[in-house]
Design a binder for this molecule. Structure first.
Ligand SMILES: NC(=O)c1ccc[n+]([C@@H]2O[C@H](COP(=O)([O-])OP(=O)(O)OC[C@H]3O[C@@H](n4cnc5c(N)ncnc54)[C@H](O)[C@@H]3O)[C@@H](O)[C@H]2O)c1
Length: 363
């Protein structure tokens, strides 16, 4: 199965991230093919299937899992479904590619990991920042010693709020900006520094703009103290006007580097009349805008999926694991606890809460 010429993939979900997955697999079509897609809303999966030439369409993902020739399934569904879907996929003996955040709580994470281990399938955590070309370049330089001892890594991801309703509903999402976007930055800082142990977490969370539609945080600053002294600073927002911002700063005693995913790759553009598409979540294409090119490649989605496909083939060692997702989730729990208490929270952090946000809302 795993060494077959092209890895056969099924996608769960048919909207935003499912499209990113389909696009990524299209870019690596000599290595993998999407053979099926499942999504409950009638017509939605069919629409994506038609666009990407996906032959099989299901409304119930469990029916898709019965396909005998499926090697792996990607999960591009709301957060509260990740755990059950992962367990169902593992039980069907398929490899799992799970979107971020890994799931709703640490008990779920442990069950997902155990189910995949029991069935001998890979649980791949789709953290594309580990594959984003600009960020990979920054890490390469850091690992070559360009900046000497790195003492501060910052990652920031901001926009004006998610595109789909369920993100605003804390029962379905589990948390606000620090969970939705911070999971990227938290995992990134850890990965960049070589995954040192997290000592403490401090977070400042607010709901500045969107309290009419969510109880979740829409603005978040999270400071992570790592063993060895380095600090990670993760800034997230669902309040930031003007489209998507995704950038890093790396400071060492011997140097510094900055990378802005969107601006450095964009074409500074002025248009009186507007045009089709600028960049993810941009509200307009009139006036000054910063259209990107090769957007999926610049995010790292095809590179990420190629790595996962090569892991399934046994050609590469998994670089984005369920453990990375679990570790980010533990920091997210600590961040909500910190914001509630107004002080640093030490790790390891344990909580029986069903969702990270509960630690903040119930304080
Ligand atoms: N890596 C990234 O940069 C990134 C970006 C966006 C979203 N995501 C993650 O991807 C996941 C999906 O987010 P999205 O933006 O695509 O959301 P979305 O609302 O655009 O799409 C969600 C999809 O899940 C489907 N779905 C809902 N219930 C389902 C069920 N029971 N069975 C099967 N499918 C079901 C919906 O029909 C829809 O197609 C989330 O976990 C989100 O955090 C990751």
């Amino acid at each position: 199965m795993a060494n077959a010429s092209r890895i056969k993939v099924g996608i769960i979900g048919s909207q935003f991230q499912a499209m990113c997955h389909a696009e990524a697999f299209k870019a690596i079509s000599s290595d993998a093919e999407v053979v099926a897609i499942a999504s409950p809303t009638p017509g939605h999966a069919k629409k994506l299937a038609d666009r990407y030439g996906i032959p099989r369409v299901f409304t119930d993902y469990r029916d898709m899992l019965e396909l005998p020739d499926l090697d792996a399934v990607t999960i591009a569904a709301p957060n509260y479904l990740h755990a059950q879907m992962t367990i169902d996929i593992a039980n069907a003996a398929k490899h799992v590619i799970c979107e971020k955040p890994l799931c709703m709580n640490l008990a779920e994470a442990d069950r997902m990991i155990a189910a995949c281990r029991a069935k001998g399938v890979l649980l791949m955590y789709a953290e594309e920042l580990f594959f984003t070309p600009k960020y990979v370049r920054a890490k390469q330089m850091a690992d070559e010693g360009a900046f000497g001892k790195v003492y501060l890594v910052k990652q920031c991801e901001k926009h004006f709020g998610p595109h789909a309703e369920w993100f605003w509903n804390m029962d379905l999402a589990g948390g606000g900006a620090v969970m939705d976007l911070g999971c990227h930055g938290i995992a990134f800082c850890s990965w960049f520094l070589g995954r040192p142990r997290v000592k403490t977490v401090y977070a400042q969370l607010n709901t500045h703009v969107h309290s009419d539609k969510t109880r979740g945080d829409d603005e978040a600053i999270c400071i992570i103290e790592f063993e060895g002294g380095a600090v990670g600073m993760v800034e997230n927002s669902w309040c930031r006007r003007g489209g998507m911002e995704d950038r890093i700063e790396v400071y060492g005693e011997g140097g510094v580097t900055y990378a802005n995913l969107h601006m450095g790759n964009a074409l500074p553009t002025y248009s009186e009349y507007g045009y089709g598409y600028a960049v993810e979540k941009a509200p307009t294409t009139k006036g000054w805008t910063y259209p990107v090119f090769e957007e999926f490649w610049n995010y790292g989605f095809p590179q990420e999926m190629l790595h996962f496909v090569n892991c399934i083939r046994g050609k590469e060692q998994l670089q984005a694991t369920a453990q990375d997702g679990r570790a980010a989730l533990e920091v997210i729990f600590a961040a909500y606890a910190s914001a509630a208490k107004g002080c640093k929270v030490p790790l390891p952090f344990q909580s029986g809460a069903a969702r990270p946000i509960d630690l903040w809302l119930q304080a």
